[in-house]
Design a protein around this ligand. Structure first.
Ligand code: SF4
Length: 188
């Protein structure tokens, strides 16, 4: 028996941020549907490989990152996790994370993720200062983040990490610390 960690990349975002070097970008519904079909084929391929492997594997972590996985629809997220579970048999002890960006979450998506066994959210805030968010080309304000963070808490997510960026062009120490302080108040 040995451990296995799964990373699933969702390369879609509502809009490309000004600083972004990741493999990601906007896409139409057709491209998303075709990508998911290909992804589910990959799941089948690797699930077969694992079945025929000599050593049994225990999935310890699943990380669905991007891009913006939360830019998929609730139905697409539901299918993604249904296929992940049926292909790999992810147990309750595994840490299952989904990367989400403010401006793309809804009560419906949060409840799909919760019911699918997701037990950790990673929220890309980057700054609590709206002028910095604008400079970065982010699609959301700090208020948008707060609304979705609180909705995630209400849905029962008790393990949430929040990304912040530091050393932004023109950023003062005071501004950087202000973002950290605002976040600490939320106890992520
Ligand atoms: S949300 Fe993240 S992955 Fe998407 S464009 Fe912005 S930085 Fe890149």
């Amino acid at each position: 028996m040995s451990d296995l960690e799964i990373y699933v990349h969702i390369p879609f975002c509502v809009r490309k941020c000004a600083y972004c070097d990741f493999l990601s970008g906007p896409a139409d519904e057709d491209a998303k549907a075709r990508y998911l079909t290909g992804l589910f084929d990959e799941f089948r391929f690797y699930a077969e490989k694992l079945k025929s492997a000599e050593t049994r594997k225990t999935i310890t972590t699943v990380f669905v990152g991007g891009g913006t996985p939360s830019s998929l629809s609730a139905g697409q997220l539901d299918s993604l996790f249904e296929k992940l579970h049926s292909s790999f048999g992810i147990g309750k002890e595994a840490e299952v994370t989904v990367e989400c960006n403010p401006g793309t979450l809804s009560a419906e998506k949060l409840s799909v993720l919760k019911n699918a066994g997701v037990n950790r959210l990673s929220l890309g805030l980057q700054s609590a200062d709206d002028s910095e968010l604008k400079l970065l080309g982010r699609i959301h304000t700090f208020e948008d983040f707060l609304r979705e963070y609180e909705a995630a808490r209400r849905t029962g997510f008790d393990n949430i990490n929040v990304d912040l960026m530091q050393a932004l062009p023109g950023q003062t120490v005071e501004k950087a610390l202000n973002s950290v302080k605002k976040l600490l108040e939320l106890q992520p």
